[in-house]
Design a protein around this ligand. Structure first.
Ligand code: NAP
Length: 311
């Protein structure tokens, strides 16, 4: 078997088109959704993410503002900025790019964001609503994975879903979303015993670990649907030969010689594609969906707060 591609980039385009159409409808009601993106320090990966979030806002007709604060910013200074953004009517979404420098109390910052503007879905209020199954602003990456599974009509009710990773940002909300859709959910982490055996129970396997190509074919039951959330770098020819199929290797070697790395997920595509029925590529899988869902959340936040509509 060779897995079919769960094309996240295509689904993201579809979501962005819906967002762009909604922006036009909202303009007729006098509402222009606005997103403020806040970054502290000059982490190169964060700069790339923030840049593409702002660019996507512009492409879809949303108002956007970018705040770049120096690396030695204090918690108090950042709280002031968040407060200011909370009070401005034209700002519907506030995103504080993580990770923040060590002197900043991250949790205090995330809890200071008005839950109605919490487009990342990280505030305890929105997490609580998600757990209860109420309408809420939900973390963009797991919400994007759900949009992908729905687009490809992957049956969820009664399916065995195994989520590897229990972070607040991906693993936990992912598990909760699958549970609400009646999957039987197992959450795994670094202390899970015999992880490959647990993973092999999955009809739907979600890898959100942050370990290059850790999930091999040995983790996958024949015919499983595999979603790779991971974003890591392979930096040697040896890794590329181990991780990628013969057909994929030339392009990856080219990446390596041009940039010094090629992007790779938590899944080893060479061995997993032989077992899975469907698999997300990296890049072009979950990554584009995260940004598309951020745009969707900003629209929902604008509708909920300014037009008093539900999510
Ligand atoms: P994280 O906070 O570091 O969490 C990683 C999770 O994986 C933890 O729960 C950890 O277990 C578990 N884990 C680590 N090593 C393991 C092992 N050997 N066996 C089993 N479980 C293990 O990471 P995250 O923020 O959730 O991100 C996960 C990955 O997704 C990263 O590659 C990140 O770059 C990527 N990501 C991608 C997007 C996107 O848009 N595509 C968005 C967000 C994140 P413990 O809890 O026991 O430590």
């Amino acid at each position: 078997m060779t897995a079919q591609v769960l094309n996240g980039a295509e689904v993201a385009e579809h979501i962005k088109q819906t967002v762009a159409a909604r922006v036009i409808e909202l303009a007729e009601l006098g509402v222009k959704p606005g997103l403020a993106v806040v970054m502290v320090g000059d982490n190169p990966a964060s700069k790339v993410y923030v840049g593409s979030k702002v660019k996507t806002c512009q492409a879809l007709g949303l108002h956007s503002e970018k705040y770049e604060l120096p690396a030695d910013t204090t918690t108090e200074r950042l709280l002031q900025l968040v407060d200011d953004l909370n009070s401005r009517d034209e700002i519907d979404g506030i995103l504080v790019q993580l990770p923040l420098p060590p002197q900043i109390e991250t949790r205090r910052i995330l809890e200071a964001v008005d839950p109605a503007k919490d487009v990342d879905g990280f505030h305890a209020y929105n997490v609580g609503k998600l757990v209860r199954g109420d309408d809420a602003l939900v973390a963009c990456t797991p919400a994007g994975v759900m949009a992908l599974l729905d687009y490809y009509k992957v049956p969820l009710a009664g399916a065995n879903a195994v989520v590897i990773g229990r972070s607040d940002i991906v693993g936990k909300p992912m598990a909760m979303l699958l549970l609400h859709r009646h999957a039987t959910v197992t959450i795994c982490h670094s202390r899970t015993k015999d992880l490959p055996a647990v993973a092999r129970q999955a009809d739907i396997l979600i890898a959100a670990i942050g370990r290059t190509a850790m999930v091999t074919g040995d983790f996958v039951r024949d015919g499983a649907v595999v979603v790779d959330v991971g974003m890591n770098k392979a930096t040697t020819e040896e890794e590329i030969r181990r991780i990628f199929s013969d057909a994929e290797q030339p392009k990856r070697m080219e990446d390596l010689s041009k940039r010094g790395y090629t992007l790779v997920g938590d899944v080893e595509p060479r061995t997993v594609a032989e077992k899975a029925s469907w698999l997300t590529p990296v890049p072009g899988g979950v990554g584009p969906l995260t940004i598309a869902m951020l745009m969707k959340n900003t629209i929902s936040a604008a509708e909920m707060r300014r037009l008093k509509r539900t999510a």
